[in-house]
Design a protein around this ligand. Structure first.
Ligand code: AMP
Ligand code: MG
Length: 422
């Protein structure tokens, strides 16, 4: 859907639009940011922008998995502690020592872990099963063909795709990149996110509150969420409810942004200037989404179509839930991740609560473990101003639109509000 016009609605009858439609419309605003090529040492937590194919097998050659002696297994078939087999030691093979000469029958070479197996050898006797000799060695146990031999390609085959675009790189996957020979790799650009709060009553932490004022809890929380996802995040201290000031602030905010997220000023109040001002651009729409909390939402493009903007309602719980449902998938899509949703669990409701008809409710709950599964209990209150209850919750239970009363024993899908880049 192309945003445009000043329509408040979104569905043909002007009623609220389903959550999925609003999410799809928000995602539809996005254009991928161009990838960047970085040294493989500098990509921790970055998202791969290419499939990585191993050009050669890993390991590259058959090599020893132990410090010991490379043998032809038939030569030591009957060896035991009581009847050791004595073999002349033709030389040493160290890791990194290059390609060894073929192993003559009835001889052995001392071999270190990672040393290349000489042609003709088909097994390794660990040093612990010998007397450790250098000129001659007593072998006190038989060797099994292939045992303690690391075969070329048994880790990764040549041509195998080892990592897919969309993978967030970890220390383990960085090691894999290096092991398959990469020195540079294409990763997704880090989106620059600007978070802007609005409201005459919103003041910054550290300022004494006058009656009717509130601290900018949304700005700090939303910016921290974006930063936690790995976005380059800037927070604009709250902008007042005057159109000229807001216009100037939005213009300044979009210039260095890839995404703008605002909170406040999008509902039906007389001073909801975000809605009034951005509607006039003709490229930002406002509508009601069939959800609770978080009904009023704005979305569109600014700066000549370059910068997606998502306008969230100001109530603290509404803005945080809107982040979970819309902004998180938008940012994770821009980051290039394959999975853009929070992890979900199914949880059995411990005590029931009410839910509005015709709206998807995101209820704040605390999860508990229940054998192999989960249970969920609602936090104290579900009002959209209750920041303390939101902070106490560790999941959002999704209550279907048609449900008006959630009863104990029902099983609900819950978005898990874990820490980290998910
Ligand atoms: P609004 O959406 O602007 O009508 O705001 C709805 C409610 O959320 C009001 O009670 C505001 O004071 C409150 N609110 C708006 N912005 C913030 C913010 N940045 N931090 C905390 N509360 C806010
Ligand atoms: Mg406001």
């Amino acid at each position: 859907m192309t945003p445009g016009g000043g329509e408040a609605g979104g569905s043909p009858d002007g009623g609220p639009v389903p959550v999925e439609q609003h999410l799809a419309d928000c995602l539809g605003l996005l254009r991928p940011l161009p990838p960047v090529e970085l040294a493989v040492t500098d990509v921790l937590d970055r998202v791969l922008a290419e499939d990585v194919v191993a050009p050669a097998p890993l390991p590259g050659d058959d090599n020893s998995g132990m410090d010991g002696y490379a043998v032809r297994c038939a030569d030591v078939a009957g060896a035991s502690a009581d009847a050791p087999v004595v073999l002349p030691v033709a030389g040493d093979v160290a890791a990194g020592g290059g390609a060894p000469a073929p192993l003559a029958a009835g001889t052995t070479v001392r071999i270190m872990t990672g040393g290349l197996l000489p042609p003709g050898a088909d097994g390794v006797v660990p040093v612990e099963d010998t007397d450790g000799g250098t000129g001659r060695v007593q072998v006190r146990a038989p060797a099994e063909p292939g045992r303690f031999v690391r075969r070329a390609g048994d880790d990764v085959a040549a041509g195998e795709t080892v990592l897919r675009a969309g993978t967030r790189l970890s220390p383990r996957t960085m090691s894999l990149l290096v092991a398959v020979g990469r020195e540079r790799v294409l990763v997704r650009a880090v989106p620059r996110v600007v978070v802007m709060s609005t409201g005459d009553e919103v003041v910054q932490p550290g300022t004494p509150l006058r009656p009717g004022q509130v601290y900018d809890s949304n700005g700090v929380g939303l910016a921290a969420y974006a930063a936690e996802l790995g976005c380059e995040t800037t927070r604009v201290p709250a902008v007042g409810d005057d159109p000229a000031g807001l216009r100037a602030a939005v213009e300044a905010a979009v210039a260095p942004a890839d995404v703008l997220v605002t909170s406040g000023g999008v509902s039906m109040g007389a001073f909801d200037v975000v809605k009034q001002l951005l509607r006039e651009t003709g490229t930002v729409r406002f509508r009601k989404v069939a959800m609770q909390p978080g009904g009023p939402q704005g979305f569109g493009l600014l700066d000549g179509g370059r910068v997606p903007v998502l306008c969230l309602p100001g109530n603290p719980v509404s803005s945080m839930v809107s982040f979970e449902v819309f902004v998180r998938p938008v940012l994770r899509t821009l980051l290039g991740e394959a999975e853009v949703q929070r992890p979900r669990v199914r949880a059995t409701v411990r005590e029931g609560w009410r839910s509005p008809a015709g709206k998807r409710q995101y209820a704040r709950v605390v999860l508990d473990r229940d054998g192999d599964g989960f249970g969920c209990t609602p936090v104290g209150g579900q009002g959209s101003h209750l920041v303390a209850d939101l902070a106490a919750a560790d999941a959002l239970a999704e209550v279907p639109e048609a449900t008006t009363g959630v009863t104990a024993g029902t099983v609900l899908d819950c978005l898990v509000l874990g820490r980290g880049r998910v």
